[in-house]
Design a protein around this ligand. Sequence first.
Ligand code: FES
Length: 167
Amino acid sequence: MNQDSSLIEQIVERYDRDVGMLIPMMQDLQAECGYLPTDSLRALAKRLNVPLMRLYAVATFYASFRLAPKGAHEVSLCMGTVCYLKGSAGISQAICKEFKVAPSGTTADRLFTFTAVNCVGACALAPVMVVDGKYYDGVTSESALEILQGLGPAEQAAQADAKEAAE
Ligand code: FES
């Protein structure tokens, strides 16, 4: 039994092989792997004797599931009404074009995962972009690209956070 099938076995047994517990099983799988790898989904579907498409339907229906690994940074662009009226759609297009990333996708180099989100509660500052929990207000396509071009690998981000916290 390889590592992948042993993980699937553990998860399935945890829920008494109950297909009705498919969502918690997939949540556990994602908690272990950070996302839902195709091979693991295939193994889970086979183990539960359900069509793989059913798992994909669940994975794509719930926004909390990821079918690809996360990037080193989390980038959210607000697409709420106020931000949208102030140009967030254009900013989103600029980010997708510049970094060749799909909305809700991760850049090929895994630098960041880009997500369009609903109102983040800072409408007076629209348009708003959030990078690793830090809010940037009044962003434009140019400033958004500049911020993202300045992102370094995850370790660098962690060091910068630690330095900021120490000051
Ligand atoms: S609509 Fe963007 S912060 Fe509210």
